[in-house]
Design a protein around this ligand. Structure first.
Ligand SMILES: Nc1nc2c(ncn2[C@@H]2O[C@H](COP(=O)(O)OP(=O)(O)OP(=O)(O)O)[C@@H](O)[C@H]2O)c(=O)[nH]1
Length: 599
């Protein structure tokens, strides 16, 4: 077979890595923590009745005993629902905190532009560690820890012992240059701080995308004919994928909820060499769902089939789309020499949250299955093992014991948590109970009156949902939480430092004010006296001027008829002319003129 696969999708944090941002460690840590997950939930490892006769396999007994298919399993789905609610609650809280952080950054930047925020530059020399002082010892350390020299650079520590993480401003400090930072003026520091804020803001945006992303990919792989397609159908409660006794699925099939395709059920076949872009019809060919039967053989032509199906189940039961975790199932071709490498590469993609390995209960682990399991990358080492066709097995206990022994030698981690990760099921039994059409658009299924119940399969589904939720919490919510903790502690520390400085400045200014207060009081009193005197002078002067002017005007008015103006009065007909001439004459009188001008 020549199965080509699309290039592994770019991890969402790659952009940040390309830009050399220092906070990717948070995200990388988050991811790596996922690989260290141990699943020791009480409910799964309770000791109880033994269904295996093993002698030295007490752990196995415990794990298998945890296959409690009685009352406990009946609640598996509702437990998953509770976990989903809890996850959703945490996701919403983190979402809100991201929004608040974004707003806080805007406020800080506004403040920083109006009045530069103080950033502590009294940095203790980070190279003071004697281990790092000589070049010889530095090299030894590098060799010993096999990390790059860059990674062992120490973060600058501030005087009060706090180390900024996200708001760390890397200033070149080395022996003999301890004063470099002090020489940076306030505005240069505030600019550097603004750049930091911008970067954090961008990073918060990408974290938000990750937190809001509800899609999860589950790769279903396993030996040829082990029942991978039947298992996918059993999960979907619907016969979507073609099944056959002969090798059948040769092309990777990604099963997605039809809501991602305008609620249309169809298959998008992506020719080898093309990269799928749903918006660009030149990158794929469209087929009807019924044509899937033929398409799955076309491995020479297609690298991937995007299968859009409608899942009519209520959101809480739907695996493909329930708003908390929307699962995309990938039905892989059976493992053989041709497909082995391709499947390995596929399983390592960052997007794949979980690998489900389907084993045929009749054959146990084949060579390729054993190889796949033992060489699984660290991150995907915790995979689900579905031992299918268990209905065909007569001596079930012997089969279980033998397969568990194989698992123990291949992956002790999985064996340790077998109750969660190993499932003995019959996909056929589940499918046999589904009415024709299942939950598809033409299905005659009444979602409220179904009886698909298969305790083993319900348990498997519940474990699967729980694992995806926990994995998600670790790979998406935890890094976001860590980042937010760092952000808020940095901002808190910066605020404390600034508050401290402003309080100091405040008390210094208050002291200065207290010092100059007596002189100020003296001056104020003196100025009060002076202004009183000035007022008095103004008052007496005005009243004198007023009296004098009044007296002068009265005198002039009293004597106006005594002044010979020499203007004849020619009767009332020409009184206007007489008045005008009199006024002109009066103005010309030398004695009156100065007083008229003055007032
Ligand atoms: N008895 C029984 N038969 C099953 C079960 N699951 C699948 N089968 C049958 O096994 C055969 C192979 O099933 P598929 O689902 O096509 O297997 P597959 O692993 O997808 O096959 P390839 O993709 O070709 O590797 C079919 O005839 C199924 O009906 C099961 O749980 N019990």
């Amino acid at each position: 077979m020549t199965n080509g696969i699309p290039p592994p999708p770019k991890a969402k944090g790659d952009d940040d890595l390309e830009h050399g941002y220092d906070d990717n460690a948070t995200l990388v840590n988050g991811t790596s923590q996922a690989s260290n997950l141990t699943y020791n939930r009480q409910a799964r490892t309770l000791d109880g009745s033994t269904i295996v006769d093993g002698q030295d396999n007490t752990k196995l007994e415990g794990n298998l005993a945890s296959f409690d298919f009685g009352e406990g399993v009946k609640n598996e789905l509702s437990q998953a629902r509770v976990s989903q609610d809890a996850y959703n609650h945490n996701r919403i809280s983190i979402d809100r905190l991201i929004n608040t952080a974004g707003q806080m950054i805007k406020d800080l930047q506004r403040e920083n532009n109006e009045r530069p925020i103080y950033y502590p530059t009294d940095i203790v020399d980070g190279s003071s560690d004697p281990k790092l002082n000589s070049s010889k010892s530095r090299m030894a350390l590098i060799r010993q820890t096999s990390v790059s020299e860059k990674k062992i650079e120490k973060a600058p520590v501030h005087e009060d012992g706090y180390t900024f993480e996200l708001l760390r401003i890397s200033l070149k400090i080395g022996p003999g240059s301890a004063g470099v930072s002090q020489s940076l003026d306030k505005s240069a520091m505030s600019q550097l701080l603004n750049e930091k804020f911008n970067h954090i803001s961008r990073h918060l945006g990408s974290i938000k995308d990750r937190v809001d992303d509800t899609s999860s990919k589950v790769l279903v792989t396993g030996d040829l004919n082990s029942g991978k397609s039947a298992f996918c159908n059993a999960l979907l409660k619907r016969n979507v994928m073609p099944e056959d006794q002969q090798p059948c699925t040769n092309v990777f099939c990604e099963i997605i909820d039809a809501s991602y395709n305008n609620d249309k059920e169809e298959v998008h076949a992506i020719p080898i060499g093309k990269t799928y872009n749903k918006k660009d019809e030149r990158t794929y060919e469209v087929y009807k769902l019924e044509e899937l039967e033929d398409l799955v053989y076309e491995s020479e032509k297609y690298s991937l089939l995007q299968v859009y199906v409608i899942d009519n189940r209520p959101a809480a039961r739907s695996l493909l789309k329930n708003g908390v975790i929307d699962v995309k199932l990938i039905d892989a071709p059976g493992l053989n020499l041709d497909s082995y490498h391709t499947t390995q590469v596929f399983s390592r993609q960052e997007e794949i949250d979980l690998v489900v390995f389907v084993v045929n209960a009749e054959n146990h682990f084949t060579l390729s299955g054993r190889e796949f399991l033992s060489s699984a990358s660290n991150d995907k080492s915790l995979m689900f093992i579905v031992v299918n066709k268990f209905d065909n097995i007569k001596n079930k206990k012997r089969c279980q014991r033998s397969i568990m022994d194989q698992i123990n030698s291949l992956s002790p981690d999985i064996h340790e948590n077998a109750g969660e990760f190993v499932h003995f099921v019959s996909s056929k039994d589940v499918l046999d109970k589904i009415p024709d059409g299942g939950d598809g658009p033409g299905g005659n299924d009444d979602p409220d009156n179904r009886d698909y119940s298969s305790p083993e399969f319900d348990h498997l589904e519940g474990s699967l949902r729980n694992y995806l939720l926990e994995k998600r919490s670790v790979s998406k919510l935890l890094p976001a939480k860590n980042y937010l903790i760092k952000f808020y502690s940095d901002v808190l520390e910066l605020s404390k430092i600034n508050l401290n400085i402003y309080e100091k400045e405040h008390s210094q200014k208050t002291n200065e004010l207290n010092d100059i207060n007596p002189s100020f009081e003296k001056l104020r009193n003196a100025s009060g006296d002076i202004s009183e005197k000035i007022n008095k002078i103004i008052e007496t002067t005005s009243s004198e001027v007023y009296d004098h002017a009044k007296m002068f005007i009265s005198h002039t008015i009293d004597n106006v008829d005594e002044i010979e103006l020499g203007i004849p009065f020619n009767g009332y007909a020409s009184i206007q002319d007489f008045a005008y001439k009199t006024q002109t004459r009066l103005q010309q009188l030398p004695t009156l003129e100065p007083s008229v001008m003055k007032f």
